[in-house]
Design a protein around this ligand. Structure first.
Ligand SMILES: C[S@@+](CC[C@H](N)C(=O)[O-])C[C@H]1O[C@@H](n2cnc3c(N)ncnc32)[C@H](O)[C@@H]1O
Length: 478
């Protein structure tokens, strides 16, 4: 039996985590599980709202027959009936009846949790009205770092320097394009543009007259809000519906022209798979969404338990407002449908299993990238599990061609900067209000950039150095 403890720092600090091991081993010894094929993996899930039960089992399919993983969340095990939970999950596979499943087994990026995520951004105001909180409050630090005035000014002054140099060589185009992907409430666009105007006035080169600030987002609702936030910048701003994982479809006209692509807190919100290396074999983590406490949830909203799954599917298709119109007998007004949405989201869990990958080249990260690129990160490092950050990889690859030869991508987000980090922490998925968060696989992004002739650098977010948010900059390699 292998026991892997990832949160070694937390283990030293937490008496409850240390105390969990005695009862855990006792429960394992009492269970009928074949201990010679059992892996026990302990995490510390820092997100109080997440998709896991404190104790869960995961089948390993295609490796050693009968191999099983037992997953423990050390943060919550003091509050859980650990021996009872271990006995339950080892006695009854996750596939057994009694569960309200929302989908078949799929890879992480295909899960319906991303439909919930998208619904959150499409119907953000309804959610915020119900909670009385703005989405920014759930971001690291309680507000978006892209709103930081000092960071915005630094970036703008660097742009001015570049533009002055190009101008001196008569190489500065008339139109100066800046693109922001994933604009949220538009606060960061407003901060950036307001600072731009002020600095441009002082700089005296009239760059503002030539500036086009493009805001791209997949939520028309969010774009509307952002547009209002920057209305005073008039013609200098355009709002476009853009799928961040395929920006070139809408933004192809910017190819080779964009001086700055500005992104914050978006990459950690894009769909991702996870892969793992166990005993030298590569696996894809498959997930399956289900509802915990389905009976309670159904009872609370006066629906039959068997109607719960179709009702959630309908919510995901048409949103809470139309749901209340279509089944007024359950939801008399939109606010009740929003309560149902929030309760379903809170009850949403992901079962997981590992499925052998026949070869890394048979796995596609994105339409233009195979899993081969993962090899140096996965092979030869012992047992490891990591995110593939598929949405980010696709977005980034599609964004690079939009850059002017001297342009850059600048991004504030949750990045891992070394694959060894995966051994010691939990990096998602977690829930931020109604959205999904997964840290981004920084070393993988660096590998992709380097294949395309770009350098990717990570630095602490200078204005809040203690935070988990890092600043990523991508530019053509010197
Ligand atoms: C956490 S918010 C960040 C907003 C803002 N940049 C900030 O830092 O406050 C994520 C934003 O990304 C957008 N978004 C998420 N997934 C997207 C996708 N696949 N395509 C386009 N926009 C997406 C959401 O609509 C939302 O506006």
């Amino acid at each position: 039996m292998d026991v892997e403890v990832r949160p070694v720092g937390k283990l030293r600090e937490s008496a409850a985590a240390q105390a969990a091991f005695g009862p855990l081993i006792e429960a394992l010894c009492r269970s009928p599980a074949d201990l010679s094929r059992l892996r026990v993996v302990c995490d510390w899930i820092q997100y109080s709202s997440n998709f896991r039960e404190p104790v869960a089992s995961r089948q390993v399919i295609g490796g050693e027959p009968g191999q099983l993983e037992l997953a423990i969340d050390l943060r919550r095990c003091a509050d859980a009936d650990l021996p009872g939970a271990v006995a339950a999950v080892l006695g009854e596979p996750a596939e057994a009846g009694g569960c309200t499943w929302l989908e078949p087994w799929v890879s992480g990026r295909e899960s319906c949790i991303w439909r919930f995520n998208s619904l959150y951004w499409q119907a953000l105001s309804l959610w915020e009205k119900a909670t009385g909180r703005e989405y920014e409050q759930s971001l690291p630090g309680g507000e978006s770092d892209a709103r930081n005035t000092e960071a915005a000014r630094e970036l703008i002054l660097e742009l001015f320097k570049l533009w002055d140099e190009l101008d001196a060589r008569r190489a500065l185009p008339e139109e100066l394009y800046v693109l922001e992907l994933g604009v949220g409430n538009g606060n960061q666009a407003r901060t950036w543009l307001d600072q731009f105007v002020e600095l441009d006035r002082r700089h005296g080169r009239d760059y503002y007259r030539r500036l086009h600030y493009l805001m791209g987002d997949y939520s028309a609702h969010v774009l509307d809000r952002a547009r209002q936030a920057v209305a005073h910048h008039g013609e200098h701003v355009s709002a476009l519906v853009v799928e961040a994982t395929r920006p070139a479809i809408t933004l192809g006209f910017l190819t080779g022209k964009t001086f700055l692509v500005y992104i914050s807190n978006v990459y950690d919100n894009l769909p991702t798979d996870e892969v793992a290396c166990i005993d030298g074999r590569m696996y894809l983590v498959q997930t399956r969404a289900h509802v915990a406490g389905a009976g309670r949830l159904a009872g609370r909203f006066g629906v039959q338990r068997q109607d719960l799954e179709p009702l959630i599917q309908r919510l995901l298709r048409i949103g809470p407002e139309l749901l209340s119109e279509s089944v007024p007998e359950h939801f008399a007004d939109p606010s009740q449908a929003v309560s149902f949405w929030q309760a379903a989201w809170q009850a949403l869990r992901l079962a997981e299993r590992y499925v052998l990958l026949e070869g890394l080249d048979t796995y596609r990260i994105s339409p233009s990238l195979t899993g081969e690129i993962l090899r140096p990160l996965l092979e030869g490092h012992g047992d490891i599990r990591m995110h593939v950050s598929n949405g980010t990889m696709a977005s980034f690859a599609d964004t690079l061609p939009l850059l002017h030869p001297f342009g850059r991508v600048q991004c504030h987000d949750l990045f891992l900067t070394g694959q060894a980090d995966y051994r010691t922490g939990f990096y998602g998925p977690g829930k931020y209000d109604g959205s999904v968060v997964n840290w981004v696989n920084g070393p993988l992004l660096q590998l992709l950039a380097s294949r395309r002739g770009f350098d990717v650098r990570f630095a602490p977010f200078r204005q809040r150095p203690g935070s988990n948010v890092k600043t990523m900059t991508a530019q053509v390699r010197d």
